[in-house]
Design a protein around this ligand. Structure first.
Ligand SMILES: [Zn+2]
Length: 253
Protein backbone atom coordinates (compact mmCIF):
# COMPACT_ATOMS: atom_id res chain seq x y z
CA UNK A 1 0.00 0.00 0.00
CA UNK A 2 1.91 2.96 -1.25
CA UNK A 3 0.66 6.18 0.35
CA UNK A 4 1.59 8.16 -2.78
CA UNK A 5 -0.63 6.00 -5.05
CA UNK A 6 -4.28 6.93 -4.49
CA UNK A 7 -5.57 3.66 -5.98
CA UNK A 8 -3.66 1.68 -3.33
CA UNK A 9 -4.10 3.81 -0.26
CA UNK A 10 -7.13 4.34 1.98
CA UNK A 11 -9.19 6.94 3.82
CA UNK A 12 -7.33 6.17 7.03
CA UNK A 13 -4.09 7.29 5.45
CA UNK A 14 -5.53 10.02 3.22
CA UNK A 15 -7.87 11.89 5.57
CA UNK A 16 -5.17 13.62 7.62
CA UNK A 17 -2.36 13.61 5.08
CA UNK A 18 -0.97 16.75 3.53
CA UNK A 19 -1.07 16.83 -0.26
CA UNK A 20 1.03 19.42 -2.08
CA UNK A 21 0.92 17.95 -5.57
CA UNK A 22 -1.53 15.70 -7.41
CA UNK A 23 -0.26 13.81 -10.46
CA UNK A 24 -2.61 12.67 -13.20
CA UNK A 25 -1.09 10.19 -15.67
CA UNK A 26 -2.85 10.24 -19.05
CA UNK A 27 -2.27 7.66 -21.78
CA UNK A 28 -4.04 6.16 -24.80
CA UNK A 29 -5.34 2.81 -26.02
CA UNK A 30 -4.07 2.16 -29.53
CA UNK A 31 -2.30 -0.31 -31.81
CA UNK A 32 1.51 -0.22 -31.49
CA UNK A 33 2.91 -2.04 -34.54
CA UNK A 34 2.39 -5.84 -34.39
CA UNK A 35 4.48 -6.50 -31.31
CA UNK A 36 3.52 -4.06 -28.51
CA UNK A 37 0.26 -4.09 -26.51
CA UNK A 38 -2.55 -1.57 -26.97
CA UNK A 39 -1.84 -0.31 -23.44
CA UNK A 40 1.79 0.59 -24.24
CA UNK A 41 1.34 4.31 -23.55
CA UNK A 42 -0.65 3.56 -20.36
CA UNK A 43 1.87 1.08 -18.98
CA UNK A 44 4.80 3.43 -19.57
CA UNK A 45 3.22 6.60 -18.20
CA UNK A 46 1.81 4.79 -15.17
CA UNK A 47 5.18 3.28 -14.26
CA UNK A 48 6.99 6.57 -14.77
CA UNK A 49 4.42 8.31 -12.55
CA UNK A 50 4.59 5.74 -9.76
CA UNK A 51 8.37 5.32 -9.73
CA UNK A 52 9.00 9.05 -9.92
CA UNK A 53 6.46 9.63 -7.14
CA UNK A 54 8.20 7.00 -5.02
CA UNK A 55 11.50 8.86 -5.38
CA UNK A 56 9.95 12.27 -4.73
CA UNK A 57 7.96 10.93 -1.75
CA UNK A 58 11.08 9.36 -0.25
CA UNK A 59 12.70 12.82 -0.37
CA UNK A 60 9.79 14.33 1.56
CA UNK A 61 7.50 15.55 -1.24
CA UNK A 62 3.79 15.35 -0.43
CA UNK A 63 2.78 13.94 -3.78
CA UNK A 64 -0.05 11.59 -4.74
CA UNK A 65 -0.72 9.90 -8.09
CA UNK A 66 -4.32 9.56 -9.33
CA UNK A 67 -5.50 6.53 -11.32
CA UNK A 68 -4.52 6.93 -14.94
CA UNK A 69 -6.91 7.94 -17.72
CA UNK A 70 -6.46 5.17 -20.28
CA UNK A 71 -7.94 6.79 -23.42
CA UNK A 72 -6.39 9.62 -25.41
CA UNK A 73 -6.93 11.67 -28.54
CA UNK A 74 -6.86 9.27 -31.49
CA UNK A 75 -8.76 11.31 -34.08
CA UNK A 76 -6.20 10.32 -36.73
CA UNK A 77 -6.69 6.59 -36.02
CA UNK A 78 -10.47 6.23 -36.07
CA UNK A 79 -10.29 3.53 -38.74
CA UNK A 80 -7.70 1.45 -36.86
CA UNK A 81 -9.50 -1.38 -35.12
CA UNK A 82 -10.26 -0.71 -31.46
CA UNK A 83 -8.13 2.40 -31.18
CA UNK A 84 -10.31 4.33 -28.76
CA UNK A 85 -10.65 8.08 -29.22
CA UNK A 86 -11.41 10.72 -26.59
CA UNK A 87 -12.00 14.08 -28.23
CA UNK A 88 -10.07 17.07 -26.85
CA UNK A 89 -13.40 18.59 -25.72
CA UNK A 90 -14.07 15.43 -23.66
CA UNK A 91 -10.61 15.68 -22.13
CA UNK A 92 -11.30 19.29 -21.23
CA UNK A 93 -14.54 18.22 -19.48
CA UNK A 94 -12.76 15.45 -17.55
CA UNK A 95 -9.93 17.75 -16.52
CA UNK A 96 -12.39 20.43 -15.46
CA UNK A 97 -14.20 18.03 -13.11
CA UNK A 98 -10.97 16.76 -11.55
CA UNK A 99 -9.64 20.29 -11.08
CA UNK A 100 -12.98 21.43 -9.62
CA UNK A 101 -12.55 18.87 -6.81
CA UNK A 102 -8.93 19.83 -6.14
CA UNK A 103 -9.79 23.53 -6.17
CA UNK A 104 -12.62 23.08 -3.62
CA UNK A 105 -10.26 21.16 -1.33
CA UNK A 106 -7.46 23.69 -1.59
CA UNK A 107 -5.10 21.26 -3.27
CA UNK A 108 -3.66 23.78 -5.66
CA UNK A 109 -1.03 22.00 -7.73
CA UNK A 110 -1.70 19.49 -10.50
CA UNK A 111 0.78 17.80 -12.78
CA UNK A 112 -0.71 16.16 -15.88
CA UNK A 113 1.84 13.54 -16.90
CA UNK A 114 1.19 12.82 -20.55
CA UNK A 115 2.22 9.60 -22.27
CA UNK A 116 0.67 10.02 -25.73
CA UNK A 117 1.69 12.30 -28.58
CA UNK A 118 -1.92 12.95 -29.67
CA UNK A 119 -2.82 14.46 -26.29
CA UNK A 120 -2.26 18.20 -26.21
CA UNK A 121 -3.08 19.68 -22.83
CA UNK A 122 -1.57 23.13 -23.36
CA UNK A 123 -4.73 24.92 -24.58
CA UNK A 124 -6.74 23.20 -21.82
CA UNK A 125 -4.25 24.31 -19.18
CA UNK A 126 -4.62 27.87 -20.42
CA UNK A 127 -8.42 27.71 -20.33
CA UNK A 128 -8.66 25.94 -16.96
CA UNK A 129 -6.00 28.18 -15.45
CA UNK A 130 -8.19 31.16 -16.30
CA UNK A 131 -11.25 29.40 -14.85
CA UNK A 132 -9.48 28.32 -11.63
CA UNK A 133 -7.02 31.11 -10.79
CA UNK A 134 -5.97 29.53 -7.47
CA UNK A 135 -4.72 26.42 -9.29
CA UNK A 136 -1.24 25.84 -10.69
CA UNK A 137 -1.62 23.35 -13.54
CA UNK A 138 1.46 21.92 -15.18
CA UNK A 139 1.73 19.57 -18.14
CA UNK A 140 4.67 17.27 -18.90
CA UNK A 141 5.26 15.09 -21.96
CA UNK A 142 7.70 12.55 -20.49
CA UNK A 143 8.83 11.53 -23.99
CA UNK A 144 10.27 15.03 -24.53
CA UNK A 145 12.44 14.87 -21.40
CA UNK A 146 15.45 13.24 -23.07
CA UNK A 147 17.30 13.12 -26.36
CA UNK A 148 16.40 9.97 -28.30
CA UNK A 149 19.86 9.67 -29.87
CA UNK A 150 21.52 9.46 -26.42
CA UNK A 151 20.05 5.97 -26.08
CA UNK A 152 18.78 4.70 -29.42
CA UNK A 153 19.92 4.30 -33.03
CA UNK A 154 16.60 5.05 -34.66
CA UNK A 155 13.66 7.28 -33.80
CA UNK A 156 10.12 7.57 -35.05
CA UNK A 157 7.99 8.02 -31.96
CA UNK A 158 5.40 5.28 -32.22
CA UNK A 159 6.20 1.66 -31.33
CA UNK A 160 9.77 2.56 -32.25
CA UNK A 161 13.10 1.44 -30.78
CA UNK A 162 12.57 3.61 -27.68
CA UNK A 163 9.06 2.44 -26.83
CA UNK A 164 9.96 -1.18 -27.61
CA UNK A 165 13.09 -1.04 -25.42
CA UNK A 166 11.25 0.46 -22.45
CA UNK A 167 8.43 -2.06 -22.76
CA UNK A 168 10.94 -4.94 -23.04
CA UNK A 169 12.41 -3.69 -19.76
CA UNK A 170 9.10 -3.04 -17.94
CA UNK A 171 6.83 -5.86 -19.14
CA UNK A 172 8.80 -8.42 -21.17
CA UNK A 173 5.87 -10.86 -21.06
CA UNK A 174 3.66 -8.41 -22.99
CA UNK A 175 6.08 -7.82 -25.87
CA UNK A 176 6.31 -10.12 -28.90
CA UNK A 177 9.80 -10.80 -30.30
CA UNK A 178 10.87 -7.97 -32.64
CA UNK A 179 11.03 -10.56 -35.43
CA UNK A 180 7.19 -10.36 -35.33
CA UNK A 181 7.21 -6.57 -35.72
CA UNK A 182 6.85 -4.61 -38.94
CA UNK A 183 9.56 -2.13 -39.89
CA UNK A 184 7.52 0.87 -38.80
CA UNK A 185 8.03 2.75 -42.05
CA UNK A 186 6.21 6.08 -41.78
CA UNK A 187 5.43 8.03 -44.96
CA UNK A 188 6.21 11.73 -45.08
CA UNK A 189 3.86 14.52 -46.16
CA UNK A 190 4.20 15.76 -49.75
CA UNK A 191 4.15 19.31 -48.34
CA UNK A 192 7.61 20.45 -47.20
CA UNK A 193 6.70 22.67 -44.25
CA UNK A 194 4.69 19.86 -42.67
CA UNK A 195 7.82 17.71 -42.53
CA UNK A 196 9.86 20.59 -41.13
CA UNK A 197 7.43 20.88 -38.24
CA UNK A 198 6.73 24.59 -38.58
CA UNK A 199 3.36 23.82 -40.15
CA UNK A 200 1.15 21.13 -38.74
CA UNK A 201 -1.70 18.93 -39.91
CA UNK A 202 -2.94 15.70 -38.42
CA UNK A 203 -1.65 12.55 -40.07
CA UNK A 204 -4.16 9.93 -41.25
CA UNK A 205 -2.38 7.08 -39.56
CA UNK A 206 -3.63 4.24 -41.77
CA UNK A 207 -2.30 6.09 -44.85
CA UNK A 208 1.06 6.82 -43.24
CA UNK A 209 2.03 3.37 -41.94
CA UNK A 210 1.08 -0.22 -42.81
CA UNK A 211 1.86 -1.85 -39.46
CA UNK A 212 0.69 1.12 -37.30
CA UNK A 213 4.28 1.73 -36.16
CA UNK A 214 6.45 4.72 -36.98
CA UNK A 215 10.10 3.98 -36.32
CA UNK A 216 12.01 0.74 -36.70
CA UNK A 217 11.97 -1.29 -33.45
CA UNK A 218 14.45 -3.98 -34.55
CA UNK A 219 17.45 -2.73 -32.54
CA UNK A 220 15.52 -2.46 -29.29
CA UNK A 221 16.85 -4.05 -26.10
CA UNK A 222 15.73 -4.11 -22.47
CA UNK A 223 19.17 -2.79 -21.44
CA UNK A 224 18.69 0.36 -23.53
CA UNK A 225 15.15 0.60 -22.18
CA UNK A 226 16.30 0.43 -18.57
CA UNK A 227 18.90 3.20 -19.00
CA UNK A 228 16.43 5.51 -20.68
CA UNK A 229 13.60 4.71 -18.26
CA UNK A 230 15.75 5.42 -15.20
CA UNK A 231 16.83 8.77 -16.59
CA UNK A 232 13.20 9.71 -17.30
CA UNK A 233 12.10 8.67 -13.80
CA UNK A 234 14.89 10.75 -12.25
CA UNK A 235 13.91 13.84 -14.20
CA UNK A 236 10.19 13.49 -13.54
CA UNK A 237 10.93 12.90 -9.83
CA UNK A 238 12.91 16.15 -9.74
CA UNK A 239 10.00 17.94 -11.40
CA UNK A 240 7.57 16.52 -8.84
CA UNK A 241 9.84 17.57 -6.02
CA UNK A 242 10.22 21.11 -7.31
CA UNK A 243 6.49 21.44 -7.95
CA UNK A 244 5.66 20.11 -4.47
CA UNK A 245 7.90 22.68 -2.83
CA UNK A 246 6.97 25.58 -5.07
CA UNK A 247 5.15 28.60 -3.74
CA UNK A 248 2.68 29.30 -6.54
CA UNK A 249 2.54 32.98 -5.57
CA UNK A 250 6.26 33.31 -6.07
CA UNK A 251 7.19 31.38 -9.20
CA UNK A 252 9.65 33.69 -10.95
CA UNK A 253 13.18 34.89 -10.38
ZN1 LIG B 1 3.06 4.89 -27.78
Amino acid sequence: MKPYILAETNWKSVKDSKVDLVVLPWGATEAHNYHLPYATDNIMVDRIASEAAELAFSRGSKVIVLPLIPFGVNTGQLDIKLDINLNPSTQLAILNDIIDVLNRQDINKLLILNGHGGNDFKPMIRELGARYPKMFICGCDWFKSFSNSDFFESGGGHADEMETSIMQYLVPDLVLPVSEAGEGIGKKFRIKALNENWAWAERKWSQVTKDTGIGNPKKASPEKGEKCFLQIVGKVADLMQELSRADINNMYV
